[in-house]
Write a new protein. Structure first.
Length: 147
């Protein structure tokens, strides 16, 4: 399997894993000047990259927050987890939200998220008149007394 990236801008930084054991490839901000995100605000940060995954199994590229930004600064993804579909060839952009109490400034080239290649199951969707019985049944939030 291979993961190809096309630089859409000269200043784009190719993703890389921080260590040999890293599951994700760090995505960097491809911006000309710093972007301030105030508490409660969102910003769509371009990476300057388009991607193509080539492999035998279908896959999706999932974008996750960087732990250090989330824990230390309150900077997370506005959509929790971003999904880059296998047929998308446009620029990958990262929607960030500031959940912290202080403004945070994204600098050009700063690592802002991580991209993980994940196998995608693509089942046929069918309507069913009934579903199989389970002990839990329709029990939802709190039904297992874990709250």
């Amino acid at each position: 399997m291979e993961l190809y990236f096309k630089k859409l801008r000269e200043t784009a930084i190719l993703p890389k894993r921080a260590t040999n054991g890293s599951a994700g490839h760090d995505l960097s901000a491809c911006i000309d000047s710093p972007i301030e995100i105030k508490p409660g605000e969102r910003a769509l940060i371009p990476t300057g990259l388009a991607a193509e995954y080539v492999g035998e199994l279908p896959a999706a590229l999932l974008i996750y927050a960087r732990s250090s930004l989330a824990v230390k600064q309150g900077i997370s993804l506005a959509n929790a987890v971003g999904v880059v579909d296998s047929d998308y060839r446009g620029e990958i952009k990262v929607p960030l939200i500031n959940l912290g109490s202080e403004s945070y400034t994204i600098s050009p080239g700063e690592r802002i998220a991580q991209l993980v290649v994940t196998p995608a199951l693509l089942p046929e969707v069918r309507e069913a008149a009934d579903l199989s019985h389970t002990d839990r049944g329709e029990g939802g939030f709190g039904s297992t007394n874990k709250f």
